[in-house]
Design a protein around this ligand. Structure first.
Ligand SMILES: NC(=O)c1ccc[n+]([C@@H]2O[C@H](COP(=O)([O-])OP(=O)(O)OC[C@H]3O[C@@H](n4cnc5c(N)ncnc54)[C@H](OP(=O)(O)O)[C@@H]3O)[C@@H](O)[C@H]2O)c1
Length: 269
């Protein structure tokens, strides 16, 4: 995964939400390799158990941390249980999200609320009790997995984009209010990463080719591309980094494909 070994991450207690698969799983595995105790969250015991077993098989330490983080009382109970059992919580990686596709005119109130709860409010549900503990213990680090959708509207994904925009601002507010208390908060914005979340798009070869052509590095990313950025942000090497947004997207947001650029062969290579 990463050749770097961060001494400052060894023995840390780390909660990764949405770590049963995809990017969260990759981040959980990476913290396991650093010698941290990884608390692996998702909604289902059987799904997080697979990640826990993979971390342990690689020589790391991990435990299941099952809860629906979109539910405030479930999230708060999870944090309280972690603090009671481990006495501290050093890192929160707020990663879980859902990405329903539905045109705005057809969206129901229930869909709207569910996406806001999981994608945005979960950061408040988990982040506030986590930060209280971090302040009490003398510091900690929070990394929020955001999205370029915080800045651009996508077809049929107003739920996702609006929730990610709110998430982004909540993360910046946390950096602003909790920085003076010793809690650093930063955002990682992945680009096109190969996970179940966007399989519905990338399984179409034509879409895949068009997507790849919008990425300057001309490939989609893997969860293992995202995890090193999260490790660094949580390490002491990033001790002066707070309120940053780090794009791990192959340069996706560096520019925009235009109608004109499609006429140039070199722009498609
Ligand atoms: N993949 C991309 O290209 C991409 C691009 C930009 C940003 N991102 C962001 O990266 C993060 C991870 O995405 P991904 O692609 O890895 O997605 P994914 O493969 O669909 O995984 C989502 C994870 O969230 C968990 N989850 C969903 N609802 C939950 C809830 N209420 N409580 C607890 N866990 C919940 C799922 O676990 P269970 O189903 O087991 O509960 C799963 O582990 C998300 O924040 C996403 O917005 C992804």
């Amino acid at each position: 995964m990463t050749a770097l070994r961060y001494e400052s991450l060894a023995d840390k207690v780390v909660l990764v939400t949405g770590a049963s698969r995809g990017i969260g799983r990759g981040i959980a595995l990476a913290f396991g390799e650093q010698g941290a105790l990884v608390l692996v969250n998702s909604r289902a015991e059987e799904r997080v158990t697979e990640t826990v077993e993979a971390i342990v098989a690689a020589g790391g330490s991990a435990e299941t941390a099952v809860a629906d983080v979109g539910d405030p009382s479930a999230a708060q109970a999870l944090i309280a249980e972690i603090v009671e059992h481990h006495g501290r919580l050093d890192v929160l990686v707020n990663n879980s999200a859902i990405s329903p596709v539905v045109p705005l005119l057809e969206m129901t109130q229930e869909m709207w609320e569910q996406a806001q709860r999981v994608n945005e409010w979960a950061l408040f549900h988990c982040g506030q009790p986590v930060a209280r503990q971090m302040v009490a213990q003398g510091g900690g680090s929070i990394v929020v997995i955001g999205s370029p959708g915080a800045e651009d509207a996508y077809d049929g994904q107003s739920l996702y984009c609006a929730s990610k925009a709110g998430l982004q601002m909540l993360a910046m507010s946390m950096a602003w209010e909790w920085g003076p208390l010793g809690v650093r908060t930063n955002v990682v914005q992945p680009g096109w990463i190969e996970t179940a979340l966007n399989r519905k798009y990338l399984s179409d070869p034509d879409v895949r080719e068009r997507v790849t052509n919008t990425i300057p590095l001309r490939r989609t990313g893997l969860p293992a591309d995202v995890a090193p950025a999260v490790l660094w942000l949580c390490s002491d090497d990033a001790a002066y980094v707070n309120g940053a947004t780090l794009q791990v997207d192959g340069g996706l947001l560096a520019g925009r494909p235009t109608v004109v650029s499609r006429r140039f062969e070199w722009a498609r290579r």
